[in-house]
Design a protein around this ligand. Structure first.
Ligand SMILES: [Zn+2]
Length: 416
């Protein structure tokens, strides 16, 4: 008995008192739920969480931020941290190792965090280098946003998520690398990605732009394959994000029960009504239409981009007007990492209010991720907080110039 009491005493002494990490004071804070600015804003951070907001007695301020609006840490639901588009990008699959990709990803992850994005989904193209990057951030030896990684994206043989453009025998991939045909291979591919760290399953329901198929929007997975994928992922508590440009493939993916349609270039009224009824998110990735370096693309790919990107903009305008659930995503890698926030201005230019645009990267993104520990500046949430000068409700582009970045209570930019 004495020994047990002694052990308990040691335990109590060893536990640190609740550590107060920081007390921020800023001129304004955005309440994303009400859409109102709170002024001033004193935010008390303890153990990486928000412990109090504007408490009755003012504690000692550790970081006086002044003429800044605090907003929740931003969330990008569609990044490719291990990639970027440069002259040699299309040869990398046969020239690089996963280590090259992961190290490039470490640089891009840091850039992304310093741009105010504290959480991202990383949707394929780097294989398991993305999962390694996610572990690096969790382990604290890589600076970056929290990463929900997909492992290899799932696609049909010869499709957008396969490695195409090579001679037979070169880069022939199987379910372990995400190339899976038929229900059995699809189920195996899902299980294998989850075994190796996938927190979301990415699939290519249709053809795409940055690959060597002829058509950009053709459906590639059957309804049966898509349903098997969604069902198997759901058994692990994991959602499916479906890259889809053409209408048939978008509708098939929505009806199969995917959680989000990525790009969603060619929408119909029927698709939009189904998405609204089911709560399926559109992750539009539309800024890239302004930024994609067309001159560096092979001719077949450039032609597809010039065809589909203007249509994508019009689909987003219609989806915003119809009230389709929208979560923020960018396809970062197709344009320089760190420019993610430029997507906000595109959404606003196509009819979305600034507060709704900010909600796509906060409340809507957390709903799509299936987490409730972030996405707003509220007591109990993770201290993922970004500061911008000016008022983002009046000038949405202020989000492109963040002054202050805190993730889980740790300051990465600005402060004091
Ligand atoms: Zn993408």
């Amino acid at each position: 008995m004495t020994t047990r009491c002694f052990c308990l005493l040691v335990l109590l002494v060893a536990l640190p008192a609740s550590a107060q990490d920081a007390v921020l004071r800023a001129d304004r804070m955005l309440d994303v739920r009400s859409g109102r600015l709170v002024s001033p804003a004193i935010v008390v951070i303890e153990d990486g969480r928000i412990a109090a907001i504007n408490p009755a007695s003012t504690p000692t301020i550790t970081d006086e931020l002044g003429d800044v609006t605090l907003v929740p840490g931003l969330i990008d639901m569609h990044t490719h941290l291990t990639g970027n588009i440069e002259e040699d990008a299309f040869l990398r699959p046969v020239r690089e190792t996963p280590a090259d990709q992961a190290l490039r990803g470490a640089g891009n992850a840091r850039t992304t965090l310093l741009a105010g994005f504290t959480t991202v989904r990383n949707l394929g193209s780097g294989g398991f280098s993305g999962a390694a990057l996610a572990r690096g951030v969790t382990g604290g030896y890589v600076t970056g946003p929290d990463i929900f990684d997909s492992g290899h994206a799932l696609g049909v043989t010869g499709g957008h998520c396969d490695a195409t453009g090579w001679a037979p025998g070169i880069l022939e991939l199987g379910p372990e690398q995400g190339v899976a045909d038929g229900v059995d291979e699809v189920v195996k591919a899902v299980r294998y990605q989850i075994k190796h760290g996938a927190k979301v399953i990415k699939t290519c329901a249709t053809a795409g732009v940055l690959s060597f198929e002829e058509a950009v929007g053709a459906q590639q997975y059957s309804s049966e394959e898509l349903s098997a994928m969604v069902d198997e992922a759901a058994r692990h508590g994991i959602k499916v994000a479906a890259h889809a440009h053409g209408s048939d493939g978008i509708l098939a993916a929505v009806l199969a029960g995917v959680a989000s349609i990525e790009h969603g270039s060619i929408m119909t009224d029927e698709i939009m009504q189904e998405m609204i009824a089911r709560g399926t998110y559109l992750v539009p990735t539309t800024y890239l239409a302004d930024a994609i370096p067309l001159e560096t693309l092979p001719p077949v790919i450039r032609a597809k981009a010039e065809f589909v990107l203007p249509i994508m903009r019009q689909s987003l305008r219609r989806a915003i007007a119809a009230g389709v659930p929208i979560a923020f995503g960018t396809d970062a890698a197709v344009y320089p990492h760190g420019d993610n926030a430029r997507e906000f201005a595109v959404m606003v230019s196509l009819g979305m209010s600034p507060i709704d645009a900010i909600r796509t990267a906060t409340l809507a993104a957390t709903d799509l991720l299936g987490v409730d520990d972030r996405g707003s500046i509220e007591v109990g949430k993770r201290a993922d907080i970004v500061g911008v000068s000016g008022n983002p409700l009046e000038d949405i582009t202020t989000l492109e110039r963040v002054q202050f970045v805190m993730k889980e209570g740790r300051i990465y930019k600005g402060g004091n």
